[in-house]
Design a protein around this ligand. Structure first.
Ligand SMILES: [Zn+2]
Ligand SMILES: [Zn+2]
Length: 276
Protein backbone atom coordinates (compact mmCIF):
# COMPACT_ATOMS: atom_id res chain seq x y z
CA UNK A 1 0.00 0.00 0.00
CA UNK A 2 1.23 3.48 -0.82
CA UNK A 3 -0.04 5.90 1.81
CA UNK A 4 0.07 9.56 0.74
CA UNK A 5 -0.60 12.56 2.96
CA UNK A 6 -2.50 15.30 1.13
CA UNK A 7 -3.53 17.31 4.20
CA UNK A 8 -2.09 16.95 7.71
CA UNK A 9 -3.57 19.85 9.72
CA UNK A 10 -6.43 19.84 12.16
CA UNK A 11 -9.11 22.46 12.79
CA UNK A 12 -8.47 24.93 9.98
CA UNK A 13 -6.16 25.30 6.99
CA UNK A 14 -3.14 27.55 7.50
CA UNK A 15 -0.59 29.15 5.24
CA UNK A 16 2.74 30.96 5.44
CA UNK A 17 6.47 30.45 5.55
CA UNK A 18 6.32 29.09 9.11
CA UNK A 19 4.11 26.12 8.12
CA UNK A 20 5.31 25.63 4.56
CA UNK A 21 7.37 22.47 5.17
CA UNK A 22 4.65 20.30 6.73
CA UNK A 23 1.84 22.02 4.82
CA UNK A 24 -1.38 23.79 5.66
CA UNK A 25 -4.23 21.69 4.24
CA UNK A 26 -6.60 19.80 6.51
CA UNK A 27 -6.99 16.06 6.94
CA UNK A 28 -6.84 13.85 3.86
CA UNK A 29 -4.77 10.69 3.31
CA UNK A 30 -4.98 8.32 0.33
CA UNK A 31 -4.09 4.65 0.05
CA UNK A 32 -3.33 3.09 -3.30
CA UNK A 33 -2.30 -0.34 -4.50
CA UNK A 34 -1.46 -1.56 -7.99
CA UNK A 35 -4.90 -2.91 -8.88
CA UNK A 36 -7.52 -1.98 -6.29
CA UNK A 37 -9.82 0.99 -5.91
CA UNK A 38 -8.12 4.03 -4.33
CA UNK A 39 -9.17 4.64 -0.73
CA UNK A 40 -9.14 8.09 0.81
CA UNK A 41 -9.37 8.84 4.51
CA UNK A 42 -11.34 12.08 5.07
CA UNK A 43 -12.21 14.97 2.78
CA UNK A 44 -10.35 17.93 4.26
CA UNK A 45 -8.91 20.60 1.99
CA UNK A 46 -6.06 18.22 1.07
CA UNK A 47 -8.47 16.20 -1.08
CA UNK A 48 -8.12 18.84 -3.84
CA UNK A 49 -4.57 17.61 -4.39
CA UNK A 50 -5.62 13.97 -4.39
CA UNK A 51 -8.23 14.95 -7.00
CA UNK A 52 -5.52 16.36 -9.28
CA UNK A 53 -3.73 12.98 -9.13
CA UNK A 54 -6.95 11.26 -10.26
CA UNK A 55 -7.34 13.44 -13.37
CA UNK A 56 -7.28 11.43 -16.55
CA UNK A 57 -8.56 8.23 -14.92
CA UNK A 58 -11.95 7.24 -16.39
CA UNK A 59 -14.13 5.69 -15.25
CA UNK A 60 -13.04 6.48 -11.73
CA UNK A 61 -14.29 4.78 -8.59
CA UNK A 62 -13.03 6.10 -5.25
CA UNK A 63 -13.93 5.00 -1.75
CA UNK A 64 -13.80 7.51 1.09
CA UNK A 65 -13.64 6.40 4.71
CA UNK A 66 -14.88 9.48 6.56
CA UNK A 67 -14.15 9.73 10.28
CA UNK A 68 -16.71 12.44 11.09
CA UNK A 69 -18.40 15.54 9.76
CA UNK A 70 -16.35 18.38 11.26
CA UNK A 71 -15.40 20.99 8.65
CA UNK A 72 -11.69 20.19 8.74
CA UNK A 73 -12.60 16.68 7.47
CA UNK A 74 -15.28 17.60 4.93
CA UNK A 75 -14.54 21.05 3.50
CA UNK A 76 -12.66 19.66 0.49
CA UNK A 77 -15.59 17.64 -0.89
CA UNK A 78 -17.08 20.32 -3.20
CA UNK A 79 -13.56 21.16 -4.46
CA UNK A 80 -12.76 17.56 -5.44
CA UNK A 81 -12.41 17.88 -9.23
CA UNK A 82 -13.40 14.29 -10.16
CA UNK A 83 -16.94 15.18 -8.96
CA UNK A 84 -17.31 17.34 -12.06
CA UNK A 85 -17.28 14.22 -14.28
CA UNK A 86 -20.23 11.87 -14.77
CA UNK A 87 -17.84 8.88 -15.07
CA UNK A 88 -16.85 9.26 -11.40
CA UNK A 89 -18.37 7.30 -8.55
CA UNK A 90 -17.49 8.35 -5.01
CA UNK A 91 -18.60 6.02 -2.23
CA UNK A 92 -18.51 7.62 1.22
CA UNK A 93 -18.56 5.44 4.35
CA UNK A 94 -19.36 7.65 7.34
CA UNK A 95 -20.56 7.29 10.94
CA UNK A 96 -24.30 6.86 11.42
CA UNK A 97 -25.83 9.72 13.37
CA UNK A 98 -27.69 9.21 16.65
CA UNK A 99 -30.50 11.59 15.63
CA UNK A 100 -31.35 9.46 12.58
CA UNK A 101 -30.44 12.09 9.99
CA UNK A 102 -28.67 10.59 6.99
CA UNK A 103 -25.17 11.58 5.89
CA UNK A 104 -26.59 12.55 2.48
CA UNK A 105 -29.08 14.92 4.16
CA UNK A 106 -26.33 16.49 6.26
CA UNK A 107 -24.06 17.09 3.26
CA UNK A 108 -27.00 18.48 1.28
CA UNK A 109 -27.61 20.98 4.07
CA UNK A 110 -23.97 22.12 3.96
CA UNK A 111 -23.37 22.15 0.20
CA UNK A 112 -26.07 24.42 -1.21
CA UNK A 113 -26.73 28.16 -1.60
CA UNK A 114 -26.18 30.44 0.22
CA UNK A 115 -23.30 28.52 1.87
CA UNK A 116 -21.98 27.11 -1.44
CA UNK A 117 -22.95 28.19 -4.99
CA UNK A 118 -23.83 24.73 -6.34
CA UNK A 119 -26.12 22.21 -4.62
CA UNK A 120 -24.59 18.79 -4.03
CA UNK A 121 -27.11 17.03 -6.27
CA UNK A 122 -25.98 19.11 -9.28
CA UNK A 123 -22.46 17.63 -9.27
CA UNK A 124 -22.09 15.31 -12.29
CA UNK A 125 -20.53 12.42 -10.38
CA UNK A 126 -22.47 9.70 -8.62
CA UNK A 127 -22.06 10.00 -4.84
CA UNK A 128 -23.14 7.05 -2.70
CA UNK A 129 -23.33 7.03 1.08
CA UNK A 130 -22.97 4.09 3.48
CA UNK A 131 -23.69 4.66 7.15
CA UNK A 132 -21.57 2.51 9.41
CA UNK A 133 -20.61 2.00 13.04
CA UNK A 134 -18.48 -0.68 14.70
CA UNK A 135 -18.12 -2.85 11.60
CA UNK A 136 -15.77 -5.22 9.78
CA UNK A 137 -16.15 -5.49 6.03
CA UNK A 138 -14.22 -5.73 2.77
CA UNK A 139 -13.75 -3.36 -0.16
CA UNK A 140 -12.17 -5.29 -3.04
CA UNK A 141 -9.08 -6.92 -1.56
CA UNK A 142 -8.96 -4.58 1.45
CA UNK A 143 -10.24 -5.54 4.88
CA UNK A 144 -11.78 -2.57 6.67
CA UNK A 145 -12.42 -2.23 10.39
CA UNK A 146 -14.34 0.79 11.69
CA UNK A 147 -14.75 1.59 15.38
CA UNK A 148 -16.33 4.52 17.21
CA UNK A 149 -13.67 6.42 19.13
CA UNK A 150 -13.96 9.21 21.70
CA UNK A 151 -14.00 12.71 20.13
CA UNK A 152 -16.76 15.35 19.91
CA UNK A 153 -19.79 13.92 18.11
CA UNK A 154 -19.97 10.48 16.46
CA UNK A 155 -16.46 9.73 15.18
CA UNK A 156 -14.86 6.65 13.66
CA UNK A 157 -11.31 5.41 13.42
CA UNK A 158 -10.35 2.99 10.63
CA UNK A 159 -7.96 0.12 10.10
CA UNK A 160 -7.20 -1.01 6.58
CA UNK A 161 -5.58 -4.36 5.83
CA UNK A 162 -4.17 -5.42 2.48
CA UNK A 163 -2.01 -8.41 1.60
CA UNK A 164 -0.75 -8.86 5.18
CA UNK A 165 0.02 -5.15 5.74
CA UNK A 166 -2.05 -2.71 7.80
CA UNK A 167 -2.58 1.00 8.34
CA UNK A 168 -4.71 2.66 11.03
CA UNK A 169 -6.16 6.15 10.71
CA UNK A 170 -7.08 7.66 14.06
CA UNK A 171 -7.21 11.31 13.16
CA UNK A 172 -9.36 12.82 15.92
CA UNK A 173 -9.09 10.99 19.22
CA UNK A 174 -9.90 12.36 22.67
CA UNK A 175 -7.15 11.52 25.13
CA UNK A 176 -8.45 10.52 28.58
CA UNK A 177 -8.39 13.37 31.07
CA UNK A 178 -6.40 12.67 34.24
CA UNK A 179 -3.00 11.39 35.30
CA UNK A 180 -3.18 7.90 33.77
CA UNK A 181 -3.26 7.01 30.07
CA UNK A 182 -5.74 4.38 28.91
CA UNK A 183 -7.33 3.33 25.63
CA UNK A 184 -10.86 2.17 24.80
CA UNK A 185 -11.52 -1.28 23.35
CA UNK A 186 -12.51 0.10 19.95
CA UNK A 187 -9.35 2.16 19.47
CA UNK A 188 -7.25 -0.76 20.73
CA UNK A 189 -8.82 -3.06 18.14
CA UNK A 190 -7.74 -0.59 15.47
CA UNK A 191 -4.19 -0.12 16.66
CA UNK A 192 -2.84 -3.47 17.88
CA UNK A 193 0.25 -4.64 15.94
CA UNK A 194 -0.47 -2.27 13.05
CA UNK A 195 2.32 -1.45 10.59
CA UNK A 196 1.53 2.27 10.38
CA UNK A 197 -0.50 4.20 12.95
CA UNK A 198 -1.61 7.68 11.85
CA UNK A 199 -2.65 9.34 15.12
CA UNK A 200 -3.96 12.66 16.40
CA UNK A 201 -1.16 14.66 18.02
CA UNK A 202 -2.64 18.14 18.10
CA UNK A 203 -1.46 19.33 21.51
CA UNK A 204 1.56 19.63 23.74
CA UNK A 205 1.01 18.68 27.40
CA UNK A 206 0.75 22.40 28.29
CA UNK A 207 -1.87 23.04 25.59
CA UNK A 208 -3.85 19.95 26.59
CA UNK A 209 -4.03 21.23 30.17
CA UNK A 210 -5.94 24.25 28.81
CA UNK A 211 -8.00 22.32 26.22
CA UNK A 212 -8.74 18.97 27.85
CA UNK A 213 -12.24 18.61 26.43
CA UNK A 214 -11.49 19.70 22.85
CA UNK A 215 -11.44 16.12 21.58
CA UNK A 216 -7.74 15.65 20.83
CA UNK A 217 -4.49 13.99 21.89
CA UNK A 218 -0.99 15.02 22.90
CA UNK A 219 2.30 13.87 21.39
CA UNK A 220 2.93 11.87 24.56
CA UNK A 221 -0.41 10.08 24.33
CA UNK A 222 0.12 9.24 20.62
CA UNK A 223 3.48 7.70 21.56
CA UNK A 224 1.87 5.78 24.45
CA UNK A 225 -0.87 4.37 22.17
CA UNK A 226 1.73 3.29 19.59
CA UNK A 227 3.90 1.61 22.25
CA UNK A 228 1.00 -0.01 24.12
CA UNK A 229 -0.48 -1.42 20.92
CA UNK A 230 2.92 -2.40 19.44
CA UNK A 231 2.53 -0.27 16.31
CA UNK A 232 5.62 -0.46 14.11
CA UNK A 233 5.50 3.14 12.89
CA UNK A 234 3.75 6.23 14.20
CA UNK A 235 2.80 9.18 11.99
CA UNK A 236 2.04 12.24 14.09
CA UNK A 237 -0.99 13.84 12.45
CA UNK A 238 -3.72 16.51 12.73
CA UNK A 239 -1.13 19.16 13.53
CA UNK A 240 -2.41 22.23 15.29
CA UNK A 241 -2.69 25.15 12.82
CA UNK A 242 -0.50 27.26 15.14
CA UNK A 243 2.33 24.69 15.11
CA UNK A 244 5.32 26.06 13.17
CA UNK A 245 7.64 23.78 11.18
CA UNK A 246 10.41 24.44 13.66
CA UNK A 247 8.28 23.52 16.67
CA UNK A 248 6.90 20.43 14.96
CA UNK A 249 10.34 19.13 14.02
CA UNK A 250 11.57 19.72 17.56
CA UNK A 251 8.57 17.99 19.18
CA UNK A 252 8.85 15.05 16.75
CA UNK A 253 12.55 14.64 17.54
CA UNK A 254 11.77 14.60 21.26
CA UNK A 255 9.16 11.86 20.81
CA UNK A 256 11.32 9.86 18.37
CA UNK A 257 14.28 9.88 20.78
CA UNK A 258 12.21 8.48 23.62
CA UNK A 259 10.68 5.38 21.98
CA UNK A 260 11.58 2.32 19.94
CA UNK A 261 8.59 2.93 17.63
CA UNK A 262 9.56 4.60 14.34
CA UNK A 263 8.11 8.14 14.56
CA UNK A 264 7.70 10.89 11.96
CA UNK A 265 5.50 13.95 11.58
CA UNK A 266 3.18 13.56 8.59
CA UNK A 267 4.01 16.09 5.85
CA UNK A 268 1.85 17.16 2.93
CA UNK A 269 2.91 15.40 -0.27
CA UNK A 270 4.79 12.64 1.59
CA UNK A 271 4.23 9.01 0.54
CA UNK A 272 5.01 5.99 2.71
CA UNK A 273 5.12 2.41 1.46
CA UNK A 274 3.44 -0.03 3.87
CA UNK A 275 3.99 -3.76 3.29
CA UNK A 276 5.35 -5.29 0.12
ZN1 LIG B 1 -10.24 17.33 13.02
ZN1 LIG C 1 -13.10 16.67 14.82
Amino acid sequence: MTVTFHGVRGSTPCHGHETHHYGGNTSCVSVRTANDVPIVFDLGTGVRYFGKQCNGTTPLRIVCLLTHLHYDHTLGLPFFEPLLRSETTLEIYAPKQPDGRTIRELFREKIKPPMFPVPLEQFAARIEFHEIGDDDFTIGNYSVRSRFVPHIGPTLGFRLGYDGASVTYLSDHQQPVGDTFSIGDGARELCEDVDLLIHDSQFTDEEFAMKQSWGHSTYAYARWVAETCRAKQLALFHHDPSRTDEMLTELTDQIACSTKVGVFAAREGQSVLVGA
